[in-house]
Design a protein around this ligand. Sequence first.
Ligand SMILES: Nc1ncnc2c1ncn2[C@@H]1O[C@H](COP(=O)(O)OP(=O)(O)OP(=O)(O)O)[C@@H](O)[C@H]1O
Length: 298
Amino acid sequence: METEIVLETNQLKKHFGAVKAVEDVSLSVKRAEIFGFLGPNGSGKTTTISMILGLMRPTAGEIKIFDEVVTPEQNNVLRRVGMMVGSPALLLPFTARQNLEMMATMRPDLPASRIDETLKLVDLYTVADRKAKTFSLGMKQRLGIALALLNQPELLILDEPTNGMDPAGMLEIRQLLRSLAEQGVTIFLSSHLMHEVEQICDRVAVVQKGNLIAQGSIAELLKTDPIVSIHTNDTTATVKILEQLENAHSIETKEQFVYVQGVASSLVIEKLVQEHAIPEEVSITKPDLESVFLTLTK
Ligand SMILES: Nc1ncnc2c1ncn2[C@@H]1O[C@H](COP(=O)(O)OP(=O)(O)OP(=O)(O)O)[C@@H](O)[C@H]1O
């Protein structure tokens, strides 16, 4: 069975006069995955999310959620979507439960049991009767996510959900998002925190200056060859020897180090020893999402 596409954008474009905020963004988000939307400041993430949520009309291109086209006039399908964009809109003098009760008045069709269910989902059930203003940042963020989850959305759109949080709070959010995805909720989140995205997301899209420059699973994006670093007293001779190795590429030097990709470290050591250019030290660095991102957006 083919994986169901929950959200797709086709050649999305948004220009503000001469400003090309979004130039060509085609995304494809699959059911029950956690999808990271990455990009440097000003790359068009918020503008893209605004169009996805039907808050802004694209200059060109199309958005489909659950196969229905979304425009500012045609957005019924957004009833199946939960969102938290920016800081959560909490009523701080009120308890967590009251915050959810007030939101529930807008959805009279929801069963009363949904409030307790949602509080349990975000692990705030035991503190449900505490005022939101006494909550830590992580708890406030979880209450914000609870508000977005109240109507049992199948797709959850979050803008920088862990922004400004400490490692413990980030871990709580990560666990929450993972358990939601396991229950079948699709999650689309924007972030600039590469390490965080690497730990939470199944797939990512990278945008720069309004253009999509990469999209795929974390594993696919990290497929770049590991970098072999050679500490040597003679970088010139080492470079010449490495150039003779089949598949060696991206050879660079910095101070007493030579870097090479495309060849195994054992082969590098063997060749250098054969040529009497004994290295001081050889080590391997596996690229992380941050280094791949920096290379892509260079
Ligand atoms: N209403 C607008 N009018 C004119 N230019 C705009 C408008 N909204 C956004 N822009 C410009 O479009 C570009 C993309 O902005 P956008 O906010 O979508 O980026 P972003 O990736 O979300 O950045 P950040 O992470 O800083 O919020 C920026 O150059 C921004 O200044």
